[in-house]
Ligand binder design. Structure first.
Ligand SMILES: Nc1ncnc2c1ncn2[C@@H]1O[C@H](COP(=O)(O)OP(=O)(O)O)[C@@H](O)[C@H]1O
Ligand SMILES: [Mg+2]
Length: 366
């Protein structure tokens, strides 16, 4: 794979972090390539922040190794811990943590003053960085005189001024309103394109991860479930957890009954019937069959479903539908599709847009 030819910028081996009884990170292995925008994605409490803090050096892991630029920066076995300031990483958190009594300029310049850079060099760099984050003319203001988005840009500027090779960001946009969040996503992509800095980005927001990342690392309960491109994670989720987590609204999981019809192997699920290669299902009689809400189309030759509720959202609409099974399914259509509550529609699954999982291991089969 092309990815494996790229330089590994950060290497994590068997990283473990326990807080007393709670094991937040369970022996994870992870390679982050140069220029990656890698997102740690998963539900609250799955160990994203702990992993990021261990990489930054703010948290001492319980076991394992971390290399940055081929240099060992943490090894429990060797009792080696390189200080955060020596790891060449820049950090941004959800809370901007700006100093309220300092102007924007002073906030940004702070790190360079500590390094005792000459004043004219500091002024020049601050001016350039302010332009980079679209805050020209705001240097003399105080944080309280800025919007949330502007404050977050100051935090980004403060990170950039130290010219780190690696950016570590922990839910940096989650305090912003929806519209600003989208604007800032675009700015983060531009920032990444401009600097090429290897970035690790933490979020619980699947849409944000899909938008920003070159690769996504899906975590649950301290374990990595899948590491892949956004397209792969969406198109071929490795297990039922990833499939369910990367879905909005919910993934539809059906009980899939495997039937042999002559030479053909067929899965029957939710009133649908699809032919699959025999080797996918092996000798299983039952599998989990899953279809995304957006992967159904209305077709007169399809399976009948009764529309129970309809949730219009302008450009798209979501409907809950039922065909007599105990569970409703979620459907997502274009906003202009003519659907009414109480109506019976006929559905087919888009070609090959289904996922098959082993019932017990929950791992992907197709
Ligand atoms: N300082 C701490 N002391 C005790 N438990 C902690 C501490 N930090 C995190 N945890 C626990 O570790 C687990 C992972 O937390 P965290 O890495 O913050 O998750 P995430 O960022 O994915 O929401 C959680 O169960 C959390 O309660
Ligand atoms: Mg967190």
């Amino acid at each position: 794979m092309a990815e494996e030819k790229r330089k590994v910028k950060i290497k994590i081996e068997k990283l473990r972090k326990a807080f007393g009884e709670v094991v937040a990170v369970k022996d994870i292995d992870l390679d982050i390539y140069e220029g990656d925008f890698l997102t740690l994605l998963g539900p609250s409490g799955c160990g994203k922040t702990t992993t990021l803090r261990a990489i930054s050096g703010l948290e001492e892991a319980t076991d394992g190794k971390i290399y940055i630029n081929d240099k060992l920066v943490f090894s429990k076995k060797d009792e080696l811990i390189v200080a955060p300031s020596k790891r060449n990483v820049g950090l941004i958190f959800q809370s901007y943590a700006l100093w309220p009594h300092m102007t924007v300029e002073a906030n940004i310049a702070f790190g360079l003053k500590i390094k005792k850079l000459p004043k004219n060099e500091i002024d020049k760099r601050v001016k350039n960085i302010l332009a980079d984050v679209h805050l020209e003319g705001y240097g003399k203001r105080y944080p309280s005189e800025l919007s949330g988005g502007q404050q977050q840009r100051v935090a980004i500027a403060r990170m950039l001024i130290n010219r780190p090779q690696i950016f570590l960001m922990d839910e940096p946009l989650s305090n912003l309103d929806a519209r600003l969040r989208i604007e800032m996503r675009s700015e983060l992509i531009q920032l990444h394109n401009r600097t090429g800095a290897t970035t690790i980005y933490v979020t619980h927001d699947q849409e944000e991860a899909m938008t920003l990342s070159t690769r996504i690392c899906v975590m649950n309960e301290g374990v990595i479930r899948q590491i892949a491109s956004p397209e792969e994670i969406y198109g071929r989720p490795a297990d039922m957890f990833v499939a369910g987590f990367i879905s909005n609204p919910q993934m539809n999981f059906f009980k899939g009954i495997v039937e042999q019809k002559g030479a053909k192997t067929v899965i029957k699920a939710g009133g649908f019937s699809v032919e699959v290669p025999k080797d996918i299902v092996g000798n299983r009689n039952e599998v989990v069959f899953a279809v995304r809400p957006e992967d159904f189309v209305i077709d007169p030759k399809g399976t009948s479903y009764n529309i129970k509720t309809r949730l219009p959202a302008g450009s798209f609409q979501i409907a809950m539908a039922n065909n007599g099974d105990e569970k409703d399914i979620a459907l997502m259509f274009d906003g202009e599709e003519d659907i009414t509550t109480g109506e019976v529609i006929k559905l087919v699954i888009k070609k090959d847009k289904f996922h098959i999982f082993d019932k017990k291991t929950e791992k992907r089969l197709n």
